[in-house]
Design a protein around this ligand. Structure first.
Ligand code: CP
Length: 307
């Protein structure tokens, strides 16, 4: 693959594009297992993580990934930046350009922000989540984790539970899983399913207890508690009763099935603590794989050479 300058989403990637990221990430997992887990691939390059929304996993793992590749890393967050003083994203971009960074990892609340930035600066741009649009590296690390467990996506049954309407993680995963040939279904209250769901080509279910036993991968999404104010679901307690991953529900799942969650988790709402910490849960494998996967993404988009 000759990658585009930027990684904005999964929607326009095909199976070969995705496999190239995942294959390289598997190689970087081996690097990360070494006593000194560093390679010189991006020595002399500067990567900026530019986060206008809160993040734990994504910003830290991009930062670690860049350092493991020997890049210089600058971390920037809205709370400490001049955006607080009224600077626009375009002004910020021009200043970044003047400082000659090689790559920007951007998280922003506006769908399209990463594409906007990528079209205006020479540095490559990686979308680390743009509003409700996409979160491509989360989906790629999820696909990497699924491939480790099942080897292939053919005949694989994946169920995504929760707030599909507002989830960039769900959108990116749906595109990636479909490109790789998996069967994808969603299960949620009707108010949390987007109107254009038919266009995404997924199966839609409303009753989790009727279907959970059919799936190899069950992915719970974070319930965005702020949505409760807008009346999109009646109460946290009712959501947990109908859609929460409880021990009783998980006991009905296939023997070799796995449970995923992109984080941050609301323990006791979409996933019970004993389920999040159970043998079926691969949540911390997702986080571990995130570093290797983000090394692969930075390497590919920085045009790194294998030494
Ligand atoms: N999954 C994810 O994007 O987590 P953070 O918001 O902590 O980066």
């Amino acid at each position: 693959m000759s990658p585009k300058k930027d990684l904005i989403g999964i929607e326009n990637l095909n199976a070969d594009n995705i496999s190239q990221y995942l294959d390289l990430a598997d190689n970087f997992l081996e690097v990360l297992a070494r006593p000194i887990p560093i390679v010189p691939s991006l020595r002399g390059k500067t990567i900026l993580t530019l986060f206008f929304e809160a993040s734990t996993r994504t910003q830290i793992s991009f930062s670690i990934a860049a350092k493991r590749l020997s890049a210089d890393v600058v971390n920037f967050s809205q709370s400490t930046s001049s955006v607080k003083k009224g600077e626009t994203l375009l002004d910020t971009a021009r200043n970044i350009e003047a400082m000659k960074v090689d790559g920007v990892v951007l998280r922003h609340s506006a769908p399209g922000a990463a594409q906007f930035l990528g079209q205006r600066i020479d540095a490559f741009v990686i979308n680390a989540g743009d509003g409700t649009h996409e979160h491509p590296t989360q989906a790629l690390l999820d696909l990497m984790t699924i491939r480790q467990h099942f080897g292939s996506f053919k005949k694989l049954n994946v169920l995504i539970i929760g707030d599909i309407s507002h989830s960039r993680v769900a959108r990116s995963n749906i595109f990636g899983l479909q490109a790789l040939g998996a069967r994808v279904a969603i299960c949620a209250p009707p108010t949390l399913i987007p109107l254009e769901i038919k266009g995404l080509g997924v199966e839609v279910y409303y009753n989790l207890d009727e279907v959970i036993q059919d799936f190899d991968v069950v992915m719970a999404l974070r319930i965005q508690l702020e949505r409760q104010q807008s009346g999109l679901f009646p109460s946290v307690r009712e959501y947990r009763t109908l859609y929460g991953l409880t021990k009783e529900r998980v006991q009905k799942m296939k023997r070799k099935s796995i449970i995923m969650h992109p984080g941050p988790t609301n323990r006791g709402i979409e996933i019970d603590p004993d389920v999040a910490d159970s043998e079926k849960s691969v949540i911390l494998e997702q986080v571990k794989n995130g570093v290797a996967l983000r090394m692969a993404v930075l390497f590919i988009h920085a045009g790194g050479k294998i030494e």
